[in-house]
Design a protein around this ligand. Structure first.
Ligand SMILES: [Zn+2]
Length: 50
């Protein structure tokens, strides 16, 4: 896992937000949610892209 802003892999856990693991980048301080659960797009979104 790496920071979406600075691509640093120096990530720390930062509690949970609505049952999802929250992380914080120790390098730039950017907070983000574990993206492993959010792979792929919902069907409705795919249709809009086409
Ligand atoms: Zn960062």
């Amino acid at each position: 896992m790496e920071c979406p802003r600075c691509a640093s892999t120096h990530i720390r856990k930062n509690g949970k937000k609505s049952s999802k693991q929250n992380y914080i980048c120790a390098h730039c301080g950017r907070q983000f949610i574990d993206s492993d659960e959010q792979q792929g797009y919902p069907e409705a979104m795919k249709k809009e892209c086409l």
